[in-house]
Write a protein of this length. Structure first.
Length: 102
């Protein structure tokens, strides 16, 4: 990469963007984001029961979404509640739309 490109795009930024795009484009994770969006705030037990998936599978995919800051988790006693991180999703959408216009 040229000197200018190195200042604009670092490997760390590219790796972060790649991770977010992998997280957000996976069909099951898209389904999870959509389900959480419809519910606004929902606990993990209701997520995997409503979507008829194994608890371990739901937890694995929710962990990926949390790590990339696409959903937020809040513990309330024994339950963990999830909400969509709308500002992060908007930032991702804005970035994609700038990169691939139209």
């Amino acid at each position: 990469m040229s000197g200018v490109a190195n200042k604009l795009v670092t490997n760390k930024k590219l790796e972060g963007a790649s991770s977010v795009m992998r997280a957000i484009t996976h069909p099951l994770r898209l389904k999870l984001i959509g389900f959480i969006d419809q519910s606004r705030r929902i606990n993990v037990n209701k997520i995997y029961k409503s979507l008829k998936m194994e608890q371990s599978v739901a937890s694995q995919h929710l962990r990926i979404l949390r790590e990339d800051n696409l959903v937020k988790a809040e513990r309330n006693g024994k339950l963990i509640y999830y909400t969509v991180n709308y500002p992060k999703l908007q930032a991702v959408a804005d970035g994609v739309n700038k990169f691939i216009p139209g």
